[in-house]
Design a protein around this ligand. Structure first.
Ligand SMILES: Cc1cc2nc3c(=O)[nH]c(=O)nc-3n(C[C@H](O)[C@H](O)[C@H](O)COP(=O)(O)OP(=O)(O)OC[C@H]3O[C@@H](n4cnc5c(N)ncnc54)[C@H](O)[C@@H]3O)c2cc1C
Ligand SMILES: NC(=O)c1ccc[n+]([C@@H]2O[C@H](COP(=O)([O-])OP(=O)(O)OC[C@H]3O[C@@H](n4cnc5c(N)ncnc54)[C@H](O)[C@@H]3O)[C@@H](O)[C@H]2O)c1
Length: 459
């Protein structure tokens, strides 16, 4: 006999736990089912551990640059990977435990550690328990793509999950994929002291961004000694005698070989849907993502999906916003929509890239009359004072409505500064208001009004 409850949440990612607590607090008997680690990718092998390790890597980098600032650190800088991992593990474990404690301390809410699957249209089996509910919420996230390259099955390789267990410094880390995951790990491990090679299929790094962004990031990474191969095809891998991995490919029409101690796959992600045994009423697209409407309802009555498994967003803040959209509609009489949100994200290389709204390519394609402003960091006093003049700031404005269309801040503190434009866009504040605002001296943001005074039509 199925245990009858009011709501079932499948997956403890960045939407499920928060929704489960809200549903339980609203008086609904709720079950949340998680198969491995509470907090999902973000907490356990995504944002939080990577940004913790990025912080360690930046300290090593700045220590090596110490003499540029007139500071002596005495001797060569070295990195203790066991200590880096221990620091990361502590932060991750505290966060995951905090979530578990919060859930377990919430009345009306039960946490079940199992893999969940549909055993009926409104029925979920989790181990030896069966639950039935009129409302089911799927928050099962995604996992790394593992390709079928010749030789891969026979060799050890790393993903963003298994690299979290590494407590030694790779002598030479080969990374396939030059986008968000690949580039953050590339710079991090180069700064830890590894030799790093990035192999990317596209004709530039992080191909969703404008070419000036890709090119500047490439210059930064190459400047730190990272080897980059673009236009890679026909990858094949094999184990080397005595350990390590040999990778052969065609890169830009030339055959190439890289011999590394470790291989990291960072070529994209796929949704976790197979284990769910989804009922036929829940429609997925050709890539397996669960189709949802603007309020995150699936095609089946009483079943919602949130986070990466929907294919909308693929960031922690989009998954959390999905929770807010569902909670708003179900519990708060607030008709929030996914389409209300403005696209925004950051790439946490150093200097970081903060992005909001349209890229320059998208703005051109939109057919609007566009005004653009761009400022190299070599013109920004605060960047000079900090010794961090790599990168630029770029804004795009609709010439007719005077509304911001988008921005890219590839600069020191770019991941924070971008919120100036994001919040102006959220408030529908015309650029002319920000142009006249007095900003604090000396900050990077103080140059935003100056940049807005120098806008030119996009040619
Ligand atoms: C290396 C890396 C770095 C990242 N850095 C950032 C960043 O800096 N900023 C950012 O915004 N985003 C970042 N992301 C993306 C971010 O981690 C994800 O977008 C976010 O975690 C999505 O959360 P989610 O709620 O969809 O699901 P997930 O966090 O993926 O969680 C899904 C959960 O469901 C569980 N589950 C799956 N199937 C079942 C089942 N059948 N039964 C029970 N449980 C199940 C899983 O065990 C998992 O715990 C990063 C991702 C990676 C890989
Ligand atoms: N800072 C952040 O917010 C952050 C950080 C990491 C990850 N993420 C999330 O994780 C998602 C996945 O990131 P990702 O970098 O794995 O995927 P991605 O889809 O962004 O990029 C994959 C890259 O691998 C390349 N590629 C694909 N097949 C290849 C092949 N056979 N050989 C060589 N290159 C190949 C692609 O051209 C692309 O550049 C992102 O979309 C993002 O949402 C976010």
């Amino acid at each position: 006999m199925a245990e009858q409850v009011d709501a079932i949440v499948i997956g403890g990612g960045q939407a499920g736990p928060f929704l489960a607590v809200r549903l339980a607090q609203a008086g609904m008997k709720t079950v949340i089912i998680e198969r491995s680690h509470m907090g999902g990718t973000c907490v356990n092998n995504g944002c939080m551990p990577t940004k913790t390790m990025v912080a360690s890597a930046r300290v090593a980098h700045m220590a090596r640059r110490a003499s540029e600032y007139g500071v002596s650190v005495g001797g060569a800088v070295s990195v203790d990977m066991k200590a880096v991992k221990a620091r990361k593990d502590k932060i991750v474990e505290t966060s995951a435990k905090g979530l578990v404690d919060w859930i377990e301390g919430t009345e009306n809410l039960e946490l079940v550690w199992e893999t969940a699957r549909f055993s009926g249209p409104r029925e979920i089996t989790a181990g030896d328990r069966v639950f039935a509910a009129p409302r089911i919420f799927i928050n099962t996230g995604g996992r790394p793509v593992v390709p079928d390259w010749p030789g891969l099955a026979g060799i050890p390789y790393l993903t963003n999950e298994s690299i979290m267990d590494l407590d030694v410094l790779p002598e030479h880390l080969i990374i396939v994929g030059g986008s968000y995951i690949g580039l953050e790990f590339a710079q991090m491990f180069a700064r830890f002291g590894s030799r790093v090679t990035v192999i990317e299929h596209g004709d530039r790094l992080i191909g969703r961004e404008d070419p000036d962004v890709s090119d500047t990031i490439r210059q930064v990474l190459e400047g730190e000694g990272i080897a980059i191969h673009l236009n890679a095809r026909d990858i094949a891998v094999s184990a080397m005698e005595g350990g390590g991995v040999k990778l052969n490919a065609n890169a830009g029409g030339m055959s190439m070989t890289a011999e590394g101690s470790h291989l990291l796959l960072a070529i994209g992600r796929v949704p976790n849907v197979e284990a769910l045994d989804l009922p036929s009423e829940v429609v997925t697209n050709e890539r397996g993502y669960i189709k949802v409407d603007d309020q995150l309802r699936t095609s089946a009555e009483g079943i919602w999906a949130m986070g990466d498994v929907t294919g909308h967003g693929a960031f922690t803040h989009t998954s959390y916003n999905d929770f807010e959209v569902v909670a708003g509609n179900l519990l708060d009489n607030d008709p929030r929509r996914v389409s209300d949100r403005i696209d925004t994200y950051a790439l946490f290389v150093d200097p970081p890239l903060g992005r909001v709204g349209m890229s320059e390519a998208e703005a051109r394609k939109s057919g609007r009359r566009v005004l653009a402003g761009k400022m190299p960091m070599t013109r920004v006093g605060r960047a000079k004072e900090k010794g961090e003049t790599q990168g630029f700031m770029k804004v795009l404005v609709d010439a007719d409505s005077e509304q911001f269309l988008g921005a890219a801040f590839l600069c020191t503190e770019g991941d924070e500064i971008v919120h100036t434009i994001l919040d102006a866009m959220a408030g529908k504040v015309p650029y002319t208001v920000i142009k006249r605002a007095m900003h604090i001296h000396p900050t990077v943001s103080e140059l935003i009004p100056t940049m807005l005074q120098e806008l030119k039509p996009l040619e």
